[in-house]
Design a protein around this ligand. Structure first.
Ligand code: NAG
Ligand code: NAG
Ligand code: NAG
Ligand code: NAG
Ligand code: NAG
Ligand code: NAG
Ligand code: NAG
Ligand code: NAG
Length: 909
């Protein structure tokens, strides 16, 4: 039966195919639409496809080199083109095609990746595909042919289509750019779309240009269920072109359809298991002219959302278009079912499109891009085939920065703060454009053959703290010996050592001082200084003291580059009751009300917060939290999945955090089963600090959490920290706000004394509470415990004098004794102490804290490596609890180079 049907189908599709070919032949003289750009990578000549009138050009304009081309064995299913360009370089990480566009015009871009002979290319390659700074897909060379299609709106007169190396060498065979005048991006503004499926239901051959004027490919139907009927009608001639602003597919696509007496189901369960918004467009047309209104009525379900009572004829429009958006992770189940209320016929479907929305990543400012292009061009003039320079492609910072650059996100845009051109075999003058990179903090030009001098650079860059230019034989020093910028670390052009790059990379000792450095004043008063200062730490390792300078540069992956989109869903009360099995499992109670565990229809586990009638928080707080949470997204903040505000109920739905709260892990039930180790504590501290830093610097208006505590720091299945509970959050007061309207809120033991006494709320109140959390992390004690002796009730009051007197062994949680690096511990404790300063002005900001904790984590992570180098000198440092650091109040200039193959000799004080 099944075979019969199949054969039937293929005969029909043969007829169909010959029809397409005939149609195409007829329009041989047609010229391709203006604005089409079609690139065949590695082809040696341009080629005009007589069948489609598409003119293919070679990509030698972008990549003139043919050494990286491969010809694939023919005889595979893709016989039309068989070459690929392979981007194989040790240096590069990103390769872009810079394509000309018109600002504000929408485009479809389609790349074809052919892998070819797996025997000859056994190495798997994995790479990301991005449109400017926005990654839209990941490609895995496992499949012999992959097409990635994106839809975007041009923001200027060019777009960079990039391949980002993840593993192995990226490759590409074809790239097509097509202007669109349809409306895809109207429903999902500020996004780039990635096509998941575009199917011409009921058709067995692909339909594309010239039948589709935009050259969208309406893919052949691969629906396998033999009980589904294929129908077609060639009489269809739709003359209108759109419905609700959504343009119709070509007539030829509408002329075929699938239908079933009961239901049609399309299941995509291999999607990226991360929450994305999917835009789904369904095109319906009644092909059976005898069907009347209400005879064919069906319901559409996509995962949990549904649209009921679809009646094509009854709708009065020739083509009925249903556009639905849904947030999903991993799975989309698209089902059309005959309506239970007396419909005679089952569903019919002509075509559909599924697109995933990727929110646009803010690009680097055009000014900064322009300067970096100038630096590149100046260098290229004298270093034509330099592989390092040629690897500088696309946006300098995003989605990943050019080799040798480190960028920082400031005010929503990326700035170059660190440039390392060392060991790159560069000749010619030091590029003048570097003087325009005014945000530059570190510049390393060592081991090249540059000429000129660096005095101009030093004079133009106000924030430069490190300048190294040694080992350039023809580079004049230019710096006065009397240079007295104490904030600058430089080698004065001296060529120290003949270390190779290799050994430079190997040696990793050193302590990084953050931009805002913690200074300790003799009396034990801690102050954060906003200015950069060179600080030399003298560490007692092997009995001798030697300085560890801030020369070693670590790059910490920025966590904010890729923003995931999760749109907040409105759930019905019925759905919530179903998901929680009528509030069966209570997992917690908070100021807001009760928290229940539940499962959404797609299987996702959730925590459902239900406002209790006696809650002290009202509608105001509910809306407050809702508005805030739908705008705020950060990997260290618990995202809001949905809400329900039916029948006076106020319900919030969050993902379930399977590892509970930090509080529970530190001294709750969970801690009795297994104590949290120090590195995990440190990474939780850093994660939650990043989450809070994000809140405090939220674009537009700083957001204060107001109830930072360890029970509000939740842990996901990988023990990543996520700050929860924004119920108390408030927009930070701005000038003009009356501050008295804010009641003091917070939890005993965490409350900022200054806020309590003045009622003046600032981000520094969160900093105080976070300091208490850090103390909990270090000590494993609760912030307030009246079951302890009177002088130990308050954690802050108990810990403070002990820290100041360096009696660390008295306060560190006995569970982690012997399991931490003393210096990392000191960093954390010093930050904690600064955070709990009674006067908020003396407390650091969250960004400073993040930096300090990053340093602490680096120290902890490098501890073993670090120890090895120390152990060879017989010193034993780890776990020694005596105060390991002395910080000199005055900066000392030293000649220490990071190229330390052995510890340097003792330095006289
Ligand atoms: C396409 O048409 C041109 C002339 O119009 C002809 O010279 C060429 O051979 C044709 N190519 C193919 C592949 O048919
Ligand atoms: C590639 O994309 C994945 C998933 O979006 C992301 O986790 C990864 O960081 C990206 N890598 C690069 C090099 O862009
Ligand atoms: C469709 O209808 C339009 C206007 O009614 C007519 O101009 C066109 O030729 C028709 N096309 C076909 C394929 O019948
Ligand atoms: C998503 O679809 C719903 C209807 O299903 C609509 O109300 C809502 O506005 C859509 N959201 C966006 C952002 O288009
Ligand atoms: C892309 O090309 C345009 C000109 O076609 C040029 O102005 C622009 O700087 C290029 N951008 C990048 C990032 O390569
Ligand atoms: C951040 O952006 C705002 C507006 O876009 C601007 O007013 C402000 O000066 C910027 N701040 C910095 C530090 O650049
Ligand atoms: C220099 O650094 C300070 C403090 O970090 C910062 O406020 C300022 O914006 C920076 N200046 C530039 C030009 O980046
Ligand atoms: C150091 O700098 C100050 C001003 O910045 C200047 O007055 C002084 O002469 C400088 N000292 C030396 C030794 O160059």
């Amino acid at each position: 039966m099944m075979g019969g049907l199949r054969r039937n189908w293929s005969t029909r599709s043969l007829v169909k195919l010959s029809f397409i070919i005939c149609l195409c032949r007829c329009i041989q003289s047609v010229r391709a639409q203006p604005g089409f750009l079609s690139i065949e990578c590695c082809s040696d000549a341009n080629y005009n496809d007589n069948l489609t009138a598409i003119n293919w050009v070679s990509d030698k304009f972008w990549y003139p080199n043919y050494q990286d081309c491969a010809i694939l064995r023919t005889g595979q299913d893709h016989q039309d083109y068989n070459r690929k360009r392979i981007f194989n370089s040790d240096v590069g990480n990103k390769w872009c095609y810079n394509l000309t566009t018109h600002k504000d015009q929408d485009y479809l871009v389609r790349a074809t990746f052919l892998s070819g002979d797996q025997e000859k290319n056994p190495a798997l390659s994995v790479f990301n595909v991005s449109i400017d700074a926005t990654v839209i897909a990941q490609v895995n060379s496992d499949d012999s042919k992959i097409e990635v299609e994106g839809i975007f709106r041009a923001t200027r007169d060019y777009v960079n289509f990039c391949l980002l190396k993840v593993q192995g060498a990226p490759h590409i065979s074809k790239l097509e750019l097509r202007p669109l005048t349809t409306d895809y991006l109207d429903r999902v503004p500020s996004s780039a779309l990635n096509l998941i499926k575009r199917v011409d239901a009921g058709n067995k051959g692909d339909v594309r240009y010239p039948v589709d004027e935009y050259d969208r490919i309406w893919a052949a139907d691969t629906y396998a269920d033999p009980t589904v009927n294929f129908i077609s009608s060639h009489n269809i001639n739709i003359t209108s072109s759109s419905y609700n602003n959504i343009s119709f597919p070509p007539n030829q696509v509408l002329q075929t359809a699938l239908t079933h007496p009961e239901k049609l189901q399309f299941l995509y369960d291999q999607l990226d298991p991360v929450y994305y918004r999917y835009d789904i467009i369904l095109y319906f047309l009644e092909l059976n002219e005898s069907v009347k209104a209400r005879e064919r009525v069906f319901d559409i379900y996509i995962n949990s959302i549904n649209k009921s009572q679809v009646d094509i004829v009854g709708s009065g429009s020739s083509v009925l278009v249903v556009a639905l958006n849904v947030t999903a992770n991993g799975k989309l189940d698209l089902t059309m079912v005959k309506s239970p209320n007396g419909s005679k016929l089952g569903p019919i479907l002509s075509a559909f499109e599924i697109m995933r929305a990727h929110p646009l990543n803010q690009e680097t400012s055009q000014e900064e891009v322009g300067i970096m292009m100038d630096v590149k061009n100046e260098l290229l003039e004298h270093n034509q085939d330099n592989e390092f320079l040629l690897s500088w492609s696309g946006d300098p910072c995003l989605p990943i920065s050019w080799p040798g650059l480190v960028c920082q996100q400031v005010n929503g845009t990326s700035l170059v703060t660190n440039m390392n051109l060392s060991f790159r075999n560069l000749g010619g003058p030091v590029p003048h454009s570097i003087t325009k990179l005014i945000h530059l903090e570190e510049l390393d030009l060592r081991h090249n053959n540059l000429i000129g001098d660096v005095s101009e650079i030093l004079a133009s860059l106000p924030n430069l703290t490190s300048l190294y230019f040694g080992c350039n034989p023809n580079l004049h020093n230019g710096l006065p010996d009397s240079l007295n910028r104490t904030d600058l670390s430089t080698d004065y052009g001296k060529c120290t050592g003949h270390a190779s790059r290799h050994s430079l990379q190997k040696v990793k000792i050193g302590v990084v001082a953050g931009v805002c450095t913690l200074g300790i004043i003799a009396a034990g008063v801690f102050l954060f200084c906003r200015k950069k200062r060179k600080v030399v730490f003298l560490s007692k390792f092997d009995g001798n003291e030697y300085p560890v300078t801030k020369n070693a540069i670590y790059s910490i992956p920025s966590t904010e580059i890729v923003r995931k989109s999760i749109s907040v869903k409105a759930f019905s009360l019925d759905y919530i009751e179903l998901a929680t099995q009528k509030y069966k499992t209570l997992i917690g109670e908070g100021g807001f009300g009760s928290v229940y565990r539940g499962t959404l229809s797609d299987g996702e586990e959730v925590a459902v917060k239900v406002r209790s009638a006696t809650s002290t928080q009202g509608t105001r707080e509910f809306d407050n939290e809702l508005n805030l949470l739908s705008a705020i997204r950060h990997e260290n903040l618990v995202p809001l999945l949905g809400y329900c505000s039916e029948k006076d109920q106020q319900i919030l739905v969050y993902p379930f955090m399977s590892n509970g709260s930090l509080q529970d892990r530190l001294y709750g039930e969970a801690s009795k089963r297994k104590a949290l180790d120090w590195p995990t504590r440190l990474s939780i501290a850093l994660g939650s600090a990043r989450g809070l830093a994000y809140l405090h610097t939220f674009p537009g208006r700083s957001v204060i959490h107001r109830d930072v505590k360890s029970s509000n720091i939740l842990l996901d299945q990988s023990m990543n920290a996520k700050v929860a509970d924004f119920g108390f959050s408030k927009y930070a007061p701005q000038e003009g706000d009356s501050t008295t309207s804010l009641e003091v809120r917070g939890t005993a033991g965490y409350l900022d004394p200054e806020y309590y006494s003045t009622q003046h709320l600032s981000a520094k109140s969160d900093v105080f509470s976070f300091g208490v959390v850090l103390l909990e992390i270090v000590t494993g004690r609760e912030p307030l415990n009246i079951n302890r002796p009177r002088n130990e009730w308050s954690l802050v009051e108990w810990a403070k004098p002990r820290i100041r007197n360096s009696r660390m062994d008295e306060i560190v949680d006995p569970n982690i004794k012997g399991g931490y690096h003393a210096e990392a511990m000191w960093r954390v404790v010093e930050v904690a102490l600064a955070c709990i300063e009674p006067y908020s002005a003396y407390r650091p900001c969250m960004a400073d804290i993040v930096r300090e904790l990053e340093d602490a984590l680096i120290i902890e992570n490098n501890a073993s490596e670090y120890l090895k180098s120390i152990d060879s000198f017989g010193g034993s440092h780890r776990y020694s609890i005596e105060r390991p650091i002395v910080i000199l109040p005055t900066p000392v200039q030293t000649e220490t180079s990071p190229i330390l193959s052995q510890p340097p000799p003792p330095q006289p004080r």
